[in-house]
Design a protein around this ligand. Structure first.
Ligand code: ADP
Ligand code: UDP
Length: 236
């Protein structure tokens, strides 16, 4: 597999073409941003951890019946993935109130919901990823009705699995963001990443935050938190 030209550089990853038109290579960086790019920094070793953690979880999710873009880990920071056309929706599932939910609705963080919630943001940096509902997504032709139903089904399946899995390693899964994409034949698959950058993880015993909120809120020991997630998950 040949790594060809860079097709995209995002805030956390670079994406490269390969000599196979159906495959991309993603390359995870240590760069971190928050608040729509206003806060910038680096988290040493983050790229390596997010690459490992994402691939580990996607491997497990495939076994649970959730199709993903994952093909093969190539190196510490690089992974071969199926090329998709990203559905421009950030799909957010919540089990416990936190972040923008707590702020928007004026409630404290840490309220455990009876049922998980789902919401979508329109993935558009210029607009600041505004909250959007499925009717708006249909009106804007971001996805079809069938695609939205499939995405919701997979997102809740990811939550059912990940919540139990994380509980097993002493972590409460608070919320997370997923992205989905279409393969060339239109099949919807889970893409992008699942990592401490895109999930909120709270230690079940101490409540300690083990995710990107340590960076967003200047809580210190950001690297240590990411390492702790990888250690409990994969034992490395
Ligand atoms: P951002 O674009 O938000 O700054 P990243 O730095 O993580 O995010 O960049 C990775 C980009 O690659 C994202 O825009 C993501 O939607 C896209 N992406 C993730 N997986 C795939 C894939 N399998 N095929 C094509 N694009 C992908
Ligand atoms: N999230 C993400 N990327 C985004 C926005 C949110 O990965 O662009 C994740 C975030 O890490 C958290 C969940 O989605 O796990 C819910 O985030 P929230 O809406 O509370 O937003 P935030 O607090 O980041 O403003």
């Amino acid at each position: 597999m040949k790594k060809l030209e860079q097709v995209y550089e995002g805030k956390a990853k670079k994406v490269f073409a390969t000599d196979d038109p159906e495959l991309f290579i993603v390359d995870y960086k240590d760069d971190a941003t928050a608040f729509n790019g206003e806060k910038k920094g680096t988290i040493a070793g983050k790229g390596v951890i997010n690459n490992r953690v994402t691939n580990y979880l996607m491997g497990l999710l495939e076994k649970e019946g959730v199709p993903t873009h994952f093909v093969k880990e190539l190196s510490e920071r690089e992974t071969l993935v199926k090329k998709v056309s990203i559905v421009p929706l950030e799909v957010i599932i919540r089990n416990i109130s936190a972040g923008s939910f707590a702020k928007r609705y004026g409630v404290k963080e840490g309220i455990v919901f009876d049922e998980p919630t789902i919401e979508f943001s329109y993935k558009n940096d210029d607009l600041g990823d505004p909250l959007i509902n499925s009717y708006h997504a249909l009106a804007l032709k971001l996805a079809t009705k069938e695609e939205i139903e499939t995405i919701k089904k997979y997102a809740f399946a990811v939550n059912d699995f990940l919540k139990k899995f994380m509980k097993g390693i002493g972590i409460d899964l608070v919320d997370f963001k997923l992205e989905f994409g279409r393969l060339s034949d239109g099949t919807i698959v889970l893409a992008d990443e699942i990592s401490p950058d895109t999930c909120r993880f709270w230690d079940s015993k101490t409540g300690e935050k083990l995710d990107k909120d340590r960076f967003r809120r200047d809580l210190g020991n950001v690297e240590g938190a990411y390492q702790e997630i990888m250690r409990r998950m994969i034992g490395e």
